[in-house]
Ligand binder design. Structure first.
Ligand code: SF4
Length: 212
């Protein structure tokens, strides 16, 4: 494909849970690529598949087929993406089930649209392969349970997330993340990432609002 023909369009493949693929997923992706003559499939850092390089009218057709909204993901009442390592199901070091928790967080329907994109990183042990400290929502498994951090960012102005709670079981972690995100969406200004929000809003104040 020449540079002129590369439309630089992209579209995510929905329904992929934290980068894990079944045979049915692979067959579906292959079918889509063949039928739409997609020139490039990219595996992103967010553990998703992106179909790239379609002409704009073909992209609109594909989005319709995949039932994707026209708006940006962060305008929905859900997190932007959930990244998880293989965890206890597939990694010898994993002590907790990252994939089950990733699914539960990805399915959360919040009380309104988030101010900006929220990325979640879930690691199944202290080695933290999913860079949990650097995600808006970070979970890392420790001996006593999940460690939850909020306000991390790995972009242009990196920030280490603030420690909100430790020793959580799966249900407690998901419930606390839901409370934290609902508080964030009601309190932060539109387009304020969690990192910038936490620079202005102290961790002590956040804990008062969401713990207990
Ligand atoms: S964070 Fe731990 S459990 Fe997850 S992939 Fe890395 S070593 Fe394995």
């Amino acid at each position: 494909m020449s540079t002129q023909e590369n439309h630089k369009t992209f579209c995510p493949m929905p329904g992929i849970n934290a980068g894990t693929l079944t045979l049915a997923d692979l067959e579906r992706i292959t079918d889509i690529v063949r039928r739409h003559n997609i020139p490039m499939v990219k595996v992103t850092g967010a553990q998703r598949f992106y179909f790239q390089g379609l002409a704009p009218e073909k992209l609109a057709e594909l989005k319709k087929e995949l039932n994707l909204p026209d708006g940006l993901p962060h305008t929905r009442n859900r997190v932007h993406y959930v990244q998880a390592c293989p965890g206890s199901q597939w990694c010898r070091y994993g002590t907790r089930d990252t994939l089950a928790v990733a699914r539960a967080i990805g399915e959360l329907v919040l009380e309104g649209p988030l101010p900006y994109k929220v990325k979640v990183g879930i690691s199944g042990c202290r080695m933290c392969c999913c860079e949990s400290w650097m995600r808006d929502v970070g979970l890392a498994a420790e001996k006593k349970g999940w460690r939850f951090t909020f306000g991390g960012n790995a972009a242009g102005r990196p920030r280490i997330g603030d420690l909100v709670a430790e020793g959580l079981n799966d249900d407690e972690a998901v419930a606390l993340i839901e409370r934290t995100l609902n508080f964030y969406l009601k309190t932060a200004k539109y387009k304020t990432r969690s990192a910038r929000f936490m620079e202005r809003f102290s961790i002590e104040e956040l804990k008062k609002q969401v713990l207990g």
